[in-house]
Design a protein. Structure first.
Lengths: 647, 322
């Protein structure tokens, strides 16, 4: 591959502009760190940290960055289709953009946002001092970050994947996609997928083994329950993706024919494998949001969660059903009436447990005392908007009717109506809710609420028209359409909504700056008059989370203790065992990134050398004698005193 | 009945207004199968509207009645564990709704997967529709003619489209006549439809298949049997037969205009087997050589595809199966 080919994306002025801004941004960060002599601080406190809270914050930082990147993609798509026969983007550029928009929003925005929040909150909610495998947690993050970096690099060097985020074969095979774009796809997703799989193992272990004394499973907060179930789904679903991506790589780079049109290859095998992972993936990003809404609604209705047991049960049922519905993504491939009917029924069945949750949330508010804070607004906005997504989901589940919705804007509208009010509102509610716990100050409520209203209203303006366009026969993924179709006005309306969404996200980002400058510090431990254990410890949380691990006797122990005037954090302070920081996860993933980067271009020698370094790090870890360290009682007393504010 | 009718009217009205008084394509069916789907969709919209209404009323009630600003300062919300009666209610009612929709789904799915009602006494007209790059090839084995990027059908006969693809998966869709179905390289799928009236309908590939996807449309025209026969006669009389060489040229092209031929490509390049007829052994395309190194996207070199060796006969499938 010649240099010219390698950098061919840069011939596109828009991509060149973006590439330049990335380089300038990187130079500014590096120069800033050097000028302020912060490299040591940065390496010691962030790059080599194993603290679950800091790892969580890094996940969320990446998620916000990717929200920006994926959002720009979305704006460009909507701008291109805002008027008929538009020439803003050509077909190739548009195809790359909708592909990366899907990949980035699902895998590099929704996933890290969810995983970031679970990192920060889960150990606190169950009264643990860290996750079960802190170093593995750092490996998870850095492997994910390597995958994320790799996918974003594709857009500058070699060209992005361009066959849809679903990468259906044979379109994604070398015959029809000869550029390296889909090599980036298989390797970037492989790296981040490994990170996610390790997170799954880590959090299942953490939740099973590290709960505070007395906290039985049925006394866990609902968010913890949702994360436990999510991680069980991760551990079952992600290996399928790992295998599918490995087969894809073999097909594209080693000449095998698993998904080829010839020699017994089966193109629909890829579609099946992809969705056996892909459908549970939807629930991996939605169940944590359900958990967050449960916490937020109970807190701001000032009432315990209605129907706790049925809430848990419904999530278990959803997780089981999530593995039994994948074929509804291709009812139209021509399997018989029988197969389509079975998958229709399993799919519609998911509406039942989801409905149970919806009614439980509504009934939680009955007899409550509802406060309209920013996180609560997101939780409340979720209910009416997500219900539209849910009922259109049932409509799509009907195989016969799906023959008319499949591959149309109706489907696009549906899944945005599920993922935005569900996942995005969920993580934004969690982000506003737990922000003071992370940083010790609140986000400004006025700006937060303005952001919510912009997002909630613009979202409907942007996506409701797509339902109508879909029913009018507008297929998805078309880079343009002719004026005679009559799709123009509604597309323009949708573009206006997209602009409004951009304003909303800009407000959210501005709020970080504004609140950092202006909001009062020394936020108290229990910011919102909360119910679960994370509110029992200081804001921001000290490294060791709890000076004394509380004992639990019932659900919402902290809430009842407050009512009874008990202090559940009182007790004798003892020295605390904590894991040591280590830079190896960062460097291991750095070399993993290099290995994958070389593999994208089939440069096998440097790829193998980089991989050997990775194995070297792993071997070194196996023989390393690291038993962690202790924080002394005096140091803890000192920290507690200063956090409590008594000088 | 009256109530249901007014609801229907309301739904139709809303849809009509939203689309500038011209009914949306999916709600403007011109054949029995598209009609079935349109009815199914309207029925599901009405059902879902009822569910939405229940949720919205409850939501509005909770938000207006139980807001903090309405409660006294010392009001302390009670502790409520849940209610078995309520929880069973909102589990059982959705189950009933889902069961109802499941019955509708199974019934309508089997309806649209067979010869349309009212046409079942007539022999269906079989048309092969194959996609290559960003165009469609239509072969009429019965008439012995072939067209590119347009398809004509008679009105008073059921039609069976047999779909397959010379490349990526595409989806064959004429929304006003029937729902869509995938066209794949290794198996044949079938769409059943019929046109009730004479007209011209938009048909397209709805499954993304690369650079030229947006333009991959064709016109489906329904005409009376007499007009159809006349058209066939004209094609047979005036158009050249489709040679293997010409067909390869067509396959390699990216976009082409309309054209007609007085023979089909099926004679020298048969279609793959139908989905139902196939088992694992039957999927052996070993004789189909597409692995030529020189092949790239720009000039899809279909000369290398030895279609004559593509033997999909049932006998071959059986010898391969285990």
């Amino acid at each position: 591959m010649s240099m010219e080919e390698l950098f061919h994306p840069l011939q596109e002025p828009m991509i060149l502009g973006a590439a330049i801004s990335i380089v300038v941004g990187a130079v500014v960060v590096v120069a800033g760190l050097t000028y302020f002599k912060k490299w040591g601080y940065f390496y010691k406190n962030w790059l080599s940290t194993v603290d679950h809270k800091k790892i969580g914050i890094m996940y969320i930082a990446v998620a916000l960055l990717m929200l920006f990147r994926g959002g720009i993609d979305a704006l460009l798509m909507r701008a291109q289709t805002a008027v008929p026969d538009n020439g803003l983007l050509d077909a190739q550029h548009y195809n790359e953009i909708f592909t990366t928009h899907g990949l980035i929003m699902i895998l590099f925005m929704a996933m890290p946002f969810v995983i970031g929040l679970m990192n920060i909150v889960i150990p606190l909610q169950i009264g643990a001092r860290d996750v079960a495998f802190p170093r593995l947690n750092a490996v998870s993050f850095w492997a994910f970050a390597a995958g994320c970096g790799l996918l974003n690099l594709s857009f500058i060097i070699g060209g992005s994947p361009d066959s849809g985020w679903t990468a259906y074969f044979p379109l994604a095979g070398t015959e029809f996609s000869p550029t390296v774009g889909n090599n980036y796809y298989s390797l970037a997703l492989q790296l981040s997928g490994i990170g996610t799989l390790l997170t799954g193992v880590n959090f299942i272990t953490t939740i099973f083994k590290m709960r505070a004394p007395g906290m039985t499973l049925m006394k866990m907060p609902m968010f913890t329950w949702s994360i436990l179930i999510t991680n069980v789904i991760i551990v079952f679903a992600f290996p399928v993706l790992t295998v599918a991506l490995a087969l894809m790589m073999l097909d594209r780079q080693f000449g095998t024919k698993f998904f080829a049109m010839t020699d017994g290859g089966m193109d629909m095998l890829w579609a099946n494998l992809f969705w056996v992972w892909g459908h549970p993936e939807v629930y991996i990003v939605i169940l944590p949001a359900f958990g967050i809404f449960s916490e937020v609604i109970a807190t701001f209705a000032r009432k315990n969660l209605y129907g706790y047991k049925s809430m848990v049960m419904s999530m278990v049922v959803i997780s089981l059903l999530s593995f039994l519905v994948w074929a509804h993504h291709f009812y139209t491939m021509g399997h018989g009436v029988m197969v389509n009917s079975v998958f229709s029924i399993t799919t519609m069945a998911i509406a039942v447990p989801t409905g149970v949750k919806m009614f439980n949330w509504l009934l939680t508010m009955r007899h409550g005392k509802i406060q309209f804070t920013t996180p609560m607004l997101y939780a409340l906005g979720f209910i009416p908007i997500f219900t539209i997504g849910g009922v259109t989901g049932v409509m799509l589940a009907m195989a016969s009717a799906d023959y008319q919705y499949h591959n149309t804007m109706f489907l696009v509208a549906h899944f945005h109506y599920v993922l935005i009010p569900g996942t995005v509102f969920g993580v934004l509610a969690g982000y506003h809710f737990w922000w003071p716990k992370m940083f010790g100050f609140r986000l400004n409520e006025k700006l937060g609420k303005a952001g919510f209203w912009f997002i909630a209203i613009s979202f409907n303006v942007a996506f409701f028209p797509l339902f109508i366009l879909g029913l009018d026969g507008y297929a998805r993924r078309m880079y343009t359409y002719s004026e005679s179709t009559g799709y123009g006005p509604l597309n323009l309306l949708s573009f206006i909504g997209a602009l409004g969404l951009a304003v909303g996200f800009a407000l959210i980002c501005y709020n970080i700056y504004y609140s950092w400058k202006h909001m009062p510090r020394n936020e108290k431990a229990d910011v919102w008059d909360g119910r679960s254990l994370e509110w029992a410890t200081h804001s921001p949380v000290p490294e060791y989370n709890f000076a004394v691990v509380p004992t639990i006797t019932r659900l919402d122990e902290f809430w009842f203790a407050k009512k009874e005037g008990r202090d559940i954090t009182a007790g004798k302070i003892e020295k605390i065992h904590m894991p040591n920081n280590t830079g190896t996860p960062f460097w291991t993933s750095g070399f993993l990134f290099l290995a994958a980067f070389f593999a994208v271009f089939s440069l096998w020698i440097p790829a193998i050398i980089s991989m050997l370094v990775v194995f070297g790090f792993m071997a070194h870890r196996s023989f390393e004698d690291d038993h962690g360290r202790y924080i002394s009682v005096e140091e803890i007393m000192e920290t507690e005193k200063s956090l409590r504010g008594d000088k | 009945m009256n109530k249901k009718f007014s609801l229907m009217l309301l739904a139709f009205g809303a849809i009509a207004i939203l689309s500038g008084c011209e009914p949306l394509t999916v709600f403007n069916p011109k054949g029995p199968n598209a009609q079935t789907l349109s009815n199914t969709i309207i029925l599901s919209i009405i059902t879902m509207a009822v569910i939405l209404l229940v949720v919205y009323v409850l939501f509005a009630f909770m938000l207006t009645k139980y807001r903090a600003s309405k409660a006294s300062a010392d009001y302390e919300p009670p502790h409520e564990e849940g209610s078995h009666v309520l929880e069973i209610t909102w589990t059982v009612i959705p189950i009933i709704i889902v069961a109802f929709l499941a019955i509708v789904t199974v019934k309508t799915t089997s309806t649209v997967e067979t010869t349309p009602e009212g046409y079942d006494n007539k022999e269906p007209l079989v048309i092969y529709a194959a996609s290559s790059n960003w165009k469609w090839h239509f072969s009429y084995p019965e008439q012995g003619i072939e067209t590119v990027n347009y398809v004509n059908i008679p009105t008073d006969r059921p039609i069976e489209f047999k779909l397959y693809s010379f490349g990526p998966i595409t989806s064959f869709w004429i929304p006003q006549l029937a729902g869509q179905k995938y066209a794949m390289s290794d198996m044949l799928t079938t769409i059943h439809l019929a046109a009730d009236e004479v007209g011209s309908f938009m048909g397209r590939n709805s499954n993304f298949n690369g650079r030229g996807f947006a333009e991959m449309e064709f016109e489906a025209q329904s005409m009376t049997q007499a007009d159809f026969d006349q058209w066939v006669k004209d094609v047979k009389a005036n158009e050249k037969p489709l040679t293997e060489e010409k067909f390869k040229e067509l396959l390699a092209a990216e976009h082409v205009g309309r054209s007609s031929y007085s023979s089909t490509h099926l004679d020298f390049s048969p279609a793959p087997m139908a989905h139902g007829d196939m088992d694992m052994g039957g999927m052996d395309h070993g004789d189909m050589d597409m692995s030529d190194k020189d092949m790239n996207h720009e000039d899809m070199n279909h000369e290398n595809m030895d279609h004559e060796n593509m033997d999909h006969s049932k006998k071959d499938a059986e010898t391969h199966s285990h």
